[in-house]
Design a protein around this ligand. Structure first.
Ligand code: GMT
Length: 377
């Protein structure tokens, strides 16, 4: 198949998922064309049947806001036509679903019918998408998609609750390449982070308000009172100063390390003992799944789709949003003795296999195949 993928190229989960999907499809022999404004961060390999088309957004003194959506739609028309793409898969509704709709309509004039699949990832529905400045366009363009998928049952339900969607939404859970994440720890790295064999707690995100990174610091503060431990923050974003300030105020910043945006998550996860995710909402929580695949138990809120990913008492524990005391107590119960920690580590990696790339990618392929006969070859 010749497939176009549109996504955000940044560190966010939707871009990661879209890129990993494209790489997996290419590995199965499909031709995959990424169309976005920057090389996706996880697209860091050369593969002959992966193509990258950069969307250029020319500026003009008149534009306070260069029209990315128009540039994307025009690039889509060009790429689809000249590479004879058979299907377009867009990740994150805003503005990808509406740009895809525009491209589809333009191509119709040339007798080209390109099926559009829109995958909803979370905040495109639950936060940004439902803002009334975007909502009518989001609802319309989702409804115009030939197929809609959501990364969790929770997100599917939220979408129906939020918008008047007139089509079925298929749930295809996010996936992880379990083999890739099952790494041995790099001893030298572990020694730098935890020189005296302390437990390593980890949080990775884009530090947006929704992640409640202050709760991560508060949980860590409780854990380190009982268990020698270090906290590693991966990623960056608006609330990083919030976490830093709180760490300073609590006098624990010597035990907290911010390592910024990192590509080699598997190496970082390999030295971790516990992953913390304290979000107000997660449609799925891909970061938690990647942690589990690396054999790292998770303590998370029970928000959104997280209960679809975490097996309570086996891969870790969940508690209510903001219930720092319970989350800390759960973390301590996992980390106190080696035997318990080992059990949770095994539970986490075993459960992650249910979401292995080899189980989920065929679901997307089967969905694509349903539209193949419609596509222009
Ligand atoms: O979590 C983020 O802030 C990034 C965001 C994105 O759109 O890139 O992630 C969303 O999509 C991921 C992949 O499907 C999900 O695993 C995340 O749970 C979801 N984030 C939210 O719902 C807040």
């Amino acid at each position: 198949m010749r497939i176009g993928i549109v996504c955000y190229p940044t560190y966010g989960g939707s871009g990661v998922l879209a890129t990993e999907l494209g790489k997996a499809l290419a590995g199965k022999g499909h031709h995959v064309h990424f169309i976005t404004y920057q090389q996706p961060v996880r697209l860091n390999v050369f593969v002959p049947n992966i193509f990258y088309h950069e969307v250029q957004v020319p500026t003009y003194p008149l534009f306070d806001y260069p029209p990315y959506e128009t540039a994307l739609a025009s690039t889509l028309v060009d790429v689809i036509k000249n590479n004879h793409l058979q299907l377009l898969h867009v990740h994150y509704a805003i503005p990808h679903a509406s740009a895809a709709y525009m491209a589809k309509k333009i191509l119709e004039q040339d007798g080209i019918d390109i099926p559009v699949i829109t995958t909803l990832h979370g905040t495109d529905i639950t936060l940004v998408g439902k803002d009334k400045t975007y909502a009518p366009v989001v609802a319309f363009s989702i409804n115009q998609s030939d197929a809609i998928t959501a990364v969790s049952k929770n997100l599917c339900d939220e979408t129906f609750r939020t918008f008047n969607i007139k089509k079925p939404i298929e749930v295809i859970h996010n996936f992880v390449d379990v083999e890739r994440f099952a790494r041995k720890p790099i001893d030298a790295f572990k020694k730098v982070i935890a020189p005296n064999g302390e437990r390593v707690l980890l949080h990775a995100s884009n530090f947006r308000r929704i992640k409640r990174v202050q709760d991560v610091v508060l949980i860590f503060n409780e854990v380190r009172k009982k268990i020698p431990s270090k906290l590693l923050f991966v990623g960056d974003g608006p609330d990083r100063p919030v976490a830093e300030d709180l760490g300073r105020r609590l006098g624990i910043c010597d035990d907290i390390r911010f390592v910024g945006k990192q590509e080699q998550m598997e190496d970082i996860l390999a030295i971790a003992d516990l992953f913390l995710l304290t979000s107000d909402y997660e449609s799925f929580g891909l970061a938690a799944l990647e942690a589990m695949a690396a054999g790292v138990p998770v303590v998370t809120t029970n928000a959104g789709g997280l209960p679809e990913v975490i097996e309570e008492g086996v891969t870790g524990y969940m508690a209510n949003i903001g219930d720092v005391d319970t989350l800390a107590a759960k973390a301590i119960s996992i980390l106190t003795d080696d035997e318990t920690l080992q059990q949770f580590k095994q539970g986490a990696s075993a459960h992650a296999r249910k979401f292995d790339i080899h189980n989920i990618v065929p679901l997307y392929e089967a969905l694509y195949e349903r539209f193949l006969e419609k596509a222009v070859v």
